[in-house]
Design a protein around this ligand. Sequence first.
Ligand SMILES: Cc1cc2nc3c(=O)[nH]c(=O)nc-3n(C[C@H](O)[C@H](O)[C@H](O)COP(=O)(O)O)c2cc1C
Length: 186
Amino acid sequence: MKVFGLSCSARRLGNTAAAVSTALNHLKKKNVETELIYLIDYDIKPCKNCNMECYYDKECPTPDDSKKLANLLEKCDGLIVGSPLYNGTIPALLAAFLERNPYPYDEILKGKVTAAIIIGSMGETTAASILTSWLAPNKYFVGWIDIDPRATTARNPKLKDSWLKGNITRDEYNQKKSGRVSRKSL
Ligand SMILES: Cc1cc2nc3c(=O)[nH]c(=O)nc-3n(C[C@H](O)[C@H](O)[C@H](O)COP(=O)(O)O)c2cc1C
């Protein structure tokens, strides 16, 4: 059994990667093989100058790493997607990847266990509906959770500015919350 975590933040060592790692660590303790993947490691371009070639099984006019990442995701049994909120929605890089992966690539996760962790406090329902529409159809969708970086500071004054430093998972409540997606899924 192999579960991938996909961190969709622009920051490698931010709250998103930390929250997804926490979830993966819960699974590791159950002897599940895990791997953390960073979306920023892939060259993903938005759809451009296209004639809907992918719908007709033709070569895409904008070559990039989308297919490479889609092929990698196909190899997992479960996927936990971590997305921060940027301007009230998912990051542009993730939006680009989802744009680049319409039919037939959305088949890659068919029948797999999926879950999402959203980091932020403004726009989580927008992000949740986008992630749900990607992760839920034809999949065993565990659900999504939201971790609010500002609430961390209110709850734990020692973690002042933690969201800026990428430290929100130092808070016990956030660790439990991100562990919940993995505990529910397996
Ligand atoms: C460009 C940008 C836009 C942001 N917009 C929002 C927003 O609309 N809502 C929100 O709750 N947080 C917003 N944030 C805060 C991030 O969600 C928060 O800093 C999060 O920790 C970023 O993820 P990371 O720590 O993995 O980098 C924004 C941050 C950036 C960099």
